[in-house]
Design a protein. Structure first.
Length: 105
């Protein structure tokens, strides 16, 4: 499981039948800044994730990849490798809050 930021969306009008109606998001995984340990920073990678929750651009989300992406009842028959399974409210590391949704601009 990873924390990621939604940075965009993908529109695909031609796709396999099982993917029709599925919202696709561009997500960028984040990690703890090892130097300061007081903020999350981008890993520099991006993935396409199926959104099961209604996340939007700018939201921090929880994603799972690989076979774990197909472990929910909604995704078990989809040909996917990455899915949004949560919208993050806050991240706390060593008793410090390094991300808070309520502090987003």
């Amino acid at each position: 499981m990873f924390v990621a930021k939604v940075t965009g969306s993908v529109v695909s009008t031609e796709k396999v039948d099982s993917m029709r109606g599925q919202k696709l998001l561009v997500v960028e995984p984040y990690r703890l800044d090892q130097a300061a340990r007081n903020k999350l920073i981008s890993t520099g990678r991006t993935f396409i994730a199926v959104d099961m929750l209604g996340a939007g651009v700018g939201d921090m989300v929880l994603i799972v990849q690989g076979s774990s992406a197909r472990f929910t009842p909604e995704t078990q028959k989809l040909p996917i490798d990455c899915v949004v399974i949560g919208i993050v409210d806050s991240v706390n590391i060593e008793k410090s809050e390094v991300y808070s949704r309520r502090e987003e601009p």
